[in-house]
Design a binder for this molecule. Structure first.
Ligand code: SAH
Length: 260
């Protein structure tokens, strides 16, 4: 499922992130809560392997709290091979460390790796086990890496949906949520350093010409202040053109020809 609009924006444009695979889930309400947690973090691709309850499931729908689109697009598979067929990399989650020849990592480290693989165009899946028993070695064997969320060693088993939520959260955090640089959109592209320097030369020349600076010492320090002020503000090209027009007008040049 490819998210669009708000959910994709919330995911930092990562609406086609990792698939979540639930192996043999026992409770419909957990599946609903998984769908909800996934949509909270912009994930949309949910796959169930041999759920132990009938589908559709009223408890799942109620627990999804509006994340219907994830349930509507969910796939139900006969086996793990089928659920993971189109994937390039599978993470399997478990509370208990096992003697397996696989890399074991935290959800945070797995999310960073998943983000890198995803950026290289590889499809990633994260596998979760049944509520009571967790994943067996047979399922873990299919995974490329094991994810174990560090918890209180004396009480380290999470609820299924909460385990999905933590993994989805770690994935979400790896996205670049930096808002677009102000000025690059509505106000136009930022002026280059050279364009800004040329404008400042022009401004200082006009200030010199109109006798603005009272003394050479004051001139030096004021020029420094003006430079710092404009560097911090980083005007856009259209803004610089406007400033050229304003200075020319005030300096009595009218519609002169100085601009970018
Ligand atoms: N009794 C089972 C727990 C199953 S909890 C056991 O001890 O293994 C259901 C699923 O949630 C697990 O199969 C796993 O996918 C996930 N999960 C629970 N706790 C986890 C943890 N600390 N780290 C990673 N995944 C966890």
């Amino acid at each position: 499922m490819k998210l669009t609009g708000k959910a994709a924006r919330a995911a930092g444009g990562a609406g086609d992130g990792p698939a979540i695979i639930l192996f043999g889930p026992q409770l419909g309400e957990n599946v609903g809560q998984v769908a909800r947690a996934m949509l909270n973090f912009g994930l949309g691709d949910l796959r169930l392997v041999r759920p132990r309850f009938g589908w559709p499931n009223a408890k799942a729908v109620a627990a999804a709290a509006g994340a219907h689109r994830v349930l509507n697009e969910m796939r139900i598979c006969e086996g793990l091979e089928e659920a993971a067929r189109d994937l390039h990399h599978l993470f399997a989650t478990t509370a208990r460390a096992r003697e397996l020849e696989k890399p074991v990592m935290t959800a945070e480290a797995a999310a960073a790796l998943a983000r890198r693989l995803h950026g290289e165009g590889r499809r990633v899946g994260v596998l979760f086990g049944p509520e009571r028993s967790g994943l067996s070695n047979a399922e873990l064997a299919l995974a490329d890496a094991i994810v174990s969320i560090p918890l209180n060693p004396d009480f380290s088993s999470l609820n299924l949906a909460q385990a999905v939520l933590l993994c989805a959260y770690e994935w979400f955090k790896t996205a670049d949520h930096t808002p677009p640089v102000r000025g690059e959109t509505a106000a136009g592209p930022p002026a280059t350093k050279a364009e800004l320097a040329a404008f400042l030369d022009f401004l200082v020349a006009e200030l010199d010409r109109t006798g603005f600076f009272r003394s050479p010492t004051r001139r030096r320090s004021l020029i420094q202040t003006i430079r710092v002020m404009f560097e911090r503000r980083r005007p856009t090209r259209p803004e610089l053109n406007l400033l050229y027009g304003i200075v020319k007008q005030l300096a009595g040049h009218g519609g002169g020809d100085r601009s970018l």
